[in-house]
Write a protein that binds this ligand. Structure first.
Ligand SMILES: [Zn+2]
Length: 125
């Protein structure tokens, strides 16, 4: 039985860097969420004049979808920020190996290593 600490690839300074990336991502998503705000909930009358009702509804559905995705991403970020100090942060949920630092920098909320993520994508394709 190996100690989990032996596997943890991310050092404290790495985690600080990743924490700042997450906070930055959270700030961006939050401000985007506030910006789109109420006009995506109610259909804008002036736009209905130009678009057909079906197009307006489709547009509305799309912005709701974008909003849902943004909320899901925000949740992921919050979750990661809560667990970034855990000793198993940065380890793949599936196989337990350390997730490459370059991958974490691009997406600090990543929970799978590149191999497992690729395997998932191929299964879902
Ligand atoms: Zn893995």
């Amino acid at each position: 039985m190996f100690s989990k600490l032996k596997h943890a690839a991310t050092t404290m300074s790495d985690r600080e860097k990743l924490r700042r990336i997450l906070q930055q991502q959270r700030a961006t998503l939050t401000s985007e969420q506030t910006m789109v705000g109420s006009d995506t909930i109610e259909l804008d009358q002036s736009r209905i004049g130009r678009l057909s009702r079906a197009e307006a509804m489709q547009d509305h559905e799309m912005s709701l979808e974008v909003r849902r995705r943004r909320e899901a991403a925000l949740k992921e970020i919050e979750h990661t920020l809560e667990h970034i100090d855990d000793e198993d942060y940065g380890l793949c949920d599936e196989c337990g190996t350390a997730i490459a630092e370059g991958r974490l920098v691009l997406n600090p909320a990543a929970r799978l290593c590149i191999d497992c993520a690729t395997a998932h994508e191929q299964r879902n394709a």
